[in-house]
Structure formats: structure tokens, C-alpha cells
Design a protein around this ligand. Structure first.
Ligand code: DGP
Length: 115
């Protein structure tokens, strides 16, 4: 069964898409944790970073160049931003389709709490 993100990429379910090319698609997170919260997703379904192979390197690299472009488009490239990729259970991954969170538009504080 396609992931929820594959269904957004295909247009089967709605998403606020901000960027799309032949390798990746980016859309606004449904539950934003910052004024800018975008998910950058490879168009090919890969469950986790633990499943990434050499054949995926172009899409993985494109996630970064797309992040740079989206940050510029949304006006946060000068103020800065954070990129996060959660992996599996301890990493807090909820959707098993690789994705990069692009967060910004405010000071994000420390990377992790000390809990
Ligand atoms: P993660 O914990 O890294 O797997 O983050 C998954 C993110 O996906 C979470 O911030 C909420 C977001 N999300 C889940 N379902 C949907 C959806 O249907 N649409 C959108 N736009 N985002 C979703």
C-alpha cells in the first residue's frame, strides 16, 4: 500500500506542495512545529534511511539542494533553519517514507532536550 506521502505526491490526497521535481516533492507539514515546516520527500518510496542504497544517492542529494531552494523561496535562507531526518522508532519516525523536515522562521533553540 502506498505511504501517505506517496498519496500526496501522486495527488490522490491533498497537500500544500511548495516544490516538485523529478526526484523529490516538498509540502507543508500537517502539524507545523515552526512558522516554516516543510517535508521534503523522495518521489520513490524508501522506508527509512536504513534502507537507502547507492541507487538513491541522486534523490538523497536533491533533498539538500531542494531544501536550499525552498529556504530561499520562503525567505529563511538568511535567518537560518534546521534540517531533521528521523530514523525508525528511537529516532521518532512516524511515517515510513524517508523525509527531511525543514524548520525555520523562528529561533529553534537547542537541538535536543537533555531528557
Ligand atoms: P516523522 O515523525 O519524522 O515521521 O514526521 C512525520 C511528519 O509527517 C509529522 O510531522 C506529521 C506529518 N504528517 C503526517 N501525516 C501527514 C499528512 O497527511 N499530510 C502532511 N502534510 N503531513 C503529514
Amino acid at each position: 500500500m502506498p505511504s501517505i506521502f506517496s498519496r500526496i505526491i501522486s495527488g490522490e490526497i491533498p497537500g500544500q506542495i511548495v516544490y516538485r521535481d523529478e526526484l523529490v516533492t516538498a509540502f507543508r507539514d500537517i502539524n507545523p512545529l515552526a512558522p516554516v515546516h516543510i517535508l521534503i520527500v523522495p518521489n520513490t518510496e524508501i522506508a527509512t534511511v536504513d534502507d537507502v542504497e547507492a541507487a538513491h544517492e541522486a534523490a538523497m542529494g536533491r533533498m539538500f539542494t531542494a531544501a536550499r531552494q525552498i529556504a530561499r523561496d520562503l525567505g529563511i535562507s538568511e535567518s537560518g533553519y534546521r534540517l531533521i531526518v528521523n530514523v525508525k522508532d528511537d529516532g521518532g519516525q512516524e511515517v515510513y517514507h524517508v523525509h527531511m523536515h525543514l524548520l525555520g522562521g523562528k529561533k529553534l533553540g537547542r537541538m535536543l532536550s537533555s531528557e
